[in-house]
Design a protein around this ligand. Sequence first.
Ligand SMILES: Cc1ncc(COP(=O)(O)O)c(C=O)c1O
Length: 500
Amino acid sequence: MSSPTSTIVQCLSTAPSNNEKKVLAVPGGINPALVKMEYAVRGPIVQRAEQITEQLNKKDESSSLPFDQVIYCNIGNPQSVGQQPVTFLRQVLSILVCPSLISADPSPFPSDVVGRAKDILAHSHGIGAYTASPGLPFIRDQIVKAITSRDNGIPASSDKIFLTNGASDAVKAVLQLLIRSPNDGIMIPIPQYPLYSATLTSISGAQVPYFLDEDAVKDQWSLDIDELQRSYDDAKEKGIDVRALVVINPGNPTGHVLSRDQVHGIVRFCERNNVLIMADEVYQTNVFKPSEFISFKRAVVEVGSNVELASFHSVSKGVLGECGIRAGYVEIHNMDEETRQMLYKVVSVNLCSNVLGQAAVSIMMNPPQPGDPSYELYSKEVGDIFNGLQRKSQKLSQALNTFEGVTCNTSQGAMYLFPRITVPEKAIEEAKKQGLSAPDVLYCMEMLEETGICTVPGSGFGQKEGTYHFRTTFLPPEDQMDGVVEQMRSFHHNFLQKYS
Ligand SMILES: Cc1ncc(COP(=O)(O)O)c(C=O)c1O
């Protein structure tokens, strides 16, 4: 008699292997909304960059390449291009991962690190246990304190804060609440960070684009209220129910920072048109002087508006750059209790966000204070990162502006530059011939193949028809920036020659 195991093995080995018996690997077998979804910052150019990186790692194949490393300027992922983690944050997390370090004698850590870790452990069951769905109350209280101080005393409340695995999950949760049918639309900036277009495609919501004004004389890439109204009215005419407006401030990919008047104007627009505001503020601490960050929460209260607001923040950006830890939060404001309960239910499906990430948010919102043993080192580290980013952004934008046919915004904040390029007619034809989706894909692909610099074509973010751009970060280490600039310059020159 055969054993149960041998019967299973026999069944498996005789199971039909043709595609007709597969669920996903048949035509139309995958959710068409997901097939349609695009996400340029991880698109074909990045995939090619990863192939080249593998090639460079194999010594015998690397000699055929004209460079010895791929420089990833495609994504705001600071630690992947050499930014060092901030010591205080990692020391606290180390103890949370290994609590026995608390009793190490002598202690490898300053006393405030140990104190902070003890506090988090005392208010949780450690990083291995689920927390309440929206996150640990103790950490939500710290967020409340920090945003109250950021917003000049405007109160916040911990039951309006939901910790998530990165801002991305919070954005998706709010979009899920908003989209009821394909006729529901969300206003998104063009150019935009593709989290919004991709999520909307995946949940079959309508994208309602509004254009940022690259040609504004004084305030490049600013947001114009007349353009918001045009976009809203166009969508209404097409029968779309406009539910929300996404504003990314500071902007990705544009690096633009909204003035107080602009933020107030947007709040009034949303109130007039009964549209919820989704304020993506993940770059709120990446703001270069003289620009100033004004939160939408503050603006809504200053204007005395009852418009509904969801604002997002993250540990991935700022000066911590802890993208891999996957932590962020959303604050909701002016929302009904029933809506709040629904958001609670949606985030509860994930049980809770990762607890190490929650601890990272706690440190972002409550860093060492003057007089604390870690204060000096913390201030030096974050100051060096911030000042380095500002210097690198200036160096790269100034250089790009000297390239033939290129105009580049000076970054007021965030981590990106979005230069406009003039693409010769022959290059446009070549892109068509190769079946590429846009001429700037050809530009970025050739830049990668010739220099190893990985950027993202402007078409991945949306742009005005007939204009071409690419997005680059200014994150590579300072000692590599001169090289990056010179490689980009010589590539650009050769590209124009080749296709002129
Ligand atoms: C504008 C914007 N929003 C959200 C995110 C996602 O952030 P997180 O890593 O917190 O999910 C990014 C990441 O680059 C971003 O640029």
